[in-house]
Structure formats: C-alpha cells, structure tokens
Design a binder for this molecule. Structure first.
Ligand code: C5P
Length: 409
C-alpha cells in the first residue's frame, strides 16, 4: 500500500541510531523509498555503507560536497519526499530545528523543506525533561511537526525514565498512518468514512456580560480541531462548530463559528443529521442570566451582582435527541482523580456512547504540556492509550470511529 511513497530519513547522533537501520529495512519491506541523510553525529554510530546498503540509495552526509550538490542539491533533497523523518532526533537537532539553525546538510534540508516532518526524539531523561528541550518540542509542534515517542524505560546512559527512542514498529506505524491518511494528506473521497457525516465541537464559549465583557475559559481548541481534520481525512463530510480560537481551519472541514453555548447548541442541531458527533468543546456551564444591552458603568454603587443561568448541555442533548440522535456520540472528560471511574459515571449521566477521559492532575503535566494521556471508555470496556500528542489522539480516535462504522449500513 505504501509502494512508491518517499521518505527522507535524517539520522542524527545518538546510541539509538543503530535502530534506524531496522527502520530503513522495515520501510523498504513496505515498498517505501528511503533516502537518508546522516549527520556527523549519526555517522559515529552507523556507517554510510550500511545505510546505503539497506536503503539501496546513495547516502548524503556533507552539505559542502560539490559532487552531491551537482547531482542532487540540498533543496531538491528536502523536497523530493512525501515525509521527512528525523529518527533518532537528538536534543541538539531538535534545538537547531526550533531555532532555524542550518549548519549542516540535515538541518539545511529541514529548514528548506516544504514537506511535513515527523521526529522520534531520544536522549537522556534529564535532557528530555529540561525546559529548553520541552520548549523546543512545543515550538516545533506548534509549527505542525509531528512526534512519536520518546518512551520510558532503561536508557543507554544507565538512567531510567523518559527518553527512549520509540520502538521501531511504533515509528513505522506513525509513518504508515501519516502516508496513508495523516495531516497534510488530502481529504480522502474514498476513505473509510466517506459517505458519513461528522459533527465536532471545539474551543471555548464566550458568555456575554455586556457588549464588551464576557466570561470565557482557556481552551485552545487544538484537540477538537485536530479531530475534525482527522475525520475529514478519512473521508467524512465534517462540520466543525467552534468557539473563538486562534487556529487555522482544518483542511476539508466546514467551520461554523459561534461565541456562546446557546449558539453552539443551535449550530450543532442545525448540522444534524450526522453519523457521529464528537463534543470536544469546553462549553461554559453558566451564562449571565441577563446580559446588559449597554456597557455596564461604574456608578459608585459597588460592583454589579451577576446572576448566572445554566447553559444547555450540548453533549447530553445530542445524546438524547431521539430520532435525530447521531449513531455514535463521543464526549470528553478531564478528571484529576479516579479518572476512569468518574468518566464512566459521566458516560451514563450524559447518555453518550464513548468518553475520551484524560488525567489532568498536576503530576501528569498535561496542562500546558505537549502530551496527553487518555483512556477511551465505551460500552465494552476501557482502552488505555499511551502518552500521545493531541494530533495523534485525534488520528487514533478517528481510526476507532472508522472501525466502529466498518461494515455498518
Ligand atoms: O460535564 P463536563 O463539562 O465535565 O463534560 C464534558 C463533556 O461534555 C465534553 O465532551 C463537553 O464538550 C461536553 N459539554 C457540552 N455542553 C456543556 C458542557 C459540557 O457539550 N454545556
């Protein structure tokens, strides 16, 4: 299925570089053409000869090789691929990528490429946890760089913790997933969800106090937008009802912009019928019962008393919409303790089919962090997913939804 797809594999320095040989072999077995760039550090761990033998292509190592530049300039090298993969990605190359440094062939190709990039970081546990590395990762992810791993376990340096290169099959799966349906792939008219309609809610809601003030929350909308994009890439005709965010519209999705919970509720019902609804928005539970028509004034009589009224629960009302009910309704639950137990109770209370529950207790570092650890809770049990980026959570959830509808009328 991957026949003829092209990957530019950048092998940077790290003891795990030897695993890149196995990665090349497995990609070749799947029909992927793999062209490799070996950094100076990478060449300390694997030889150009073994990389060339396994990839069956010339290996590129030096930015200033005149023969290489005349045969294949670094710009062409960076563009003639469907995906650029950096595996292993050292702390150093991640820092250079984040800063836009281009001082060798690998980093120059990474700066010059117009193709999506996937990184598989590996380093010592303290290096991974260092705020500099975490900031670099956050910068790269905000620019759309995808990531697989690192995992936790025994590290080559003798320490234990997060920093292990993702296992090779995991990297292969991430590459495969991307090449078949990942971000940047065009929405597929023939995907497993073609002919299905999907509704996704995303972002915060704004509840007016008066014409200039409002109550809001800190939701970024990243998770909901990623889910809408992932469903569209699998072929679903997708409507995204979103509160105010700073995000670009996902490709191939119709976006309905709203501000308040009541507007979101109305827009969601206007989008029915749909096969699947995913409620990822952080809907305000309350609104101001009577928003003022004019800007409220400080008139010396003390602060105003704001009376609150309950907002409609969109997830619960979609779940109980009778004939109009989407066949699959998926909610989210952020919990700080007894995650699965509380999420199960929410599933029953809301009447939805699945809940994606995430642990947001401070120890997990989910808030403000790049990763999310979620559990998918459904009628038949609980799936515990590994630590993933929000994009990867979206891809997996969309794949599970496609599986759910497989073979259904
Ligand atoms: O009750 P709680 O806010 O924890 O539930 C979270 C789930 O319910 C999310 O899926 C969220 O999108 C949805 N929700 C909703 N409408 C509301 C409140 C929550 O759709 N008014």
């Amino acid at each position: 299925m991957l026949d003829g797809k092209r990957v530019l594999l950048i092998i940077s320095g790290g003891i795990a570089a030897y695993k890149s040989l196995d990665l090349i072999r497995r990609l070749r077995e799947r029909g992927v053409r793999v062209r490799c760039v070996l950094t100076k550090g990478g060449a300390q761990f694997v030889t150009p000869l073994s990389v060339a033998a396994l990839s069956e292509e010339k290996v590129y190592t030096d930015l200033f090789s005149l023969t290489d530049e005349s045969e294949m300039g670094h710009i062409r090298l960076s563009r003639e691929a469907d995906l650029v993969v950096v595996a292993p990605a050292s702390a150093d190359i991640l820092a250079k990528m984040a800063a836009g440094i281009a001082d060798d062939l690998a980093t120059t190709a990474l700066l010059a490429t117009d193709k999506p990039v996937l990184v598989a970081p590996t380093m010592n546990v303290m290096m991974w946890a260092h705020p500099a590395t975490q900031a670099n990762i956050a910068t790269l992810e905000s620019r759309g760089v995808m990531r697989v791993g690192p995992g936790a376990g025994n590290l080559a340096c003798g320490e234990v913790g997060s920093g292990r290169l993702a296992e090779v099959p995991e990297i292969v799966a991430a590459i495969e997933e991307f090449l078949l349906s990942g971000p940047g792939a065009v929405p597929s008219a023939a995907g497993p969800l073609s002919g299905r309609r999907a509704l996704v809610t995303s972002g915060p809601t704004w509840e007016a106090i008066d014409p200039v003030r409002y109550i809001a929350n800190r939701s970024s909308g990243k998770q909901g937008h990623a889910i809408a994009g992932a469903l569209a890439r699998l072929g679903a005709e997708t409507v995204l009802v979103s509160g105010p965010t700073n995000l670009a519209d996902p490709a191939g999705v119709s976006v309905v912009r709203i501000e308040s919970a009541r507007e979101m509720h109305e827009a969601c019902f206007a989008a029915l019928p749909v096969d699947v609804a995913v409620c990822a928005a952080a809907v305000a539970d309350w609104r101001v019962a009577r928003a003022a028509d004019q800007k409220m004034k400080k008139d010396g009589s003390g602060p105003p008393q704001l009376e609150l009224a309950e907002n409609p629960d969109i997830l619960a009302s979609l779940s109980r919409a009778g004939e109009k009910r989407p066949r699959l309704v998926v909610g989210f639950a952020a919990e700080t303790e007894n995650v699965v137990e509380h999420a199960r109770a929410k599933l029953a209370r809301k009447g939805c089919d699945w809940i994606v529950a995430n642990d947001v207790s401070p120890a997990t570092g989910t808030f403000g962090g790049a990763d999310n650890t979620v559990h998918l809770i459904g009628g038949n049990g609980t799936e515990n997913w590994p630590k993933l980026s929000k994009e990867a959570v979206a891809e997996r959830l969309a794949a599970r939804i496609a599986e759910h509808f497989k073979g259904a009328a």
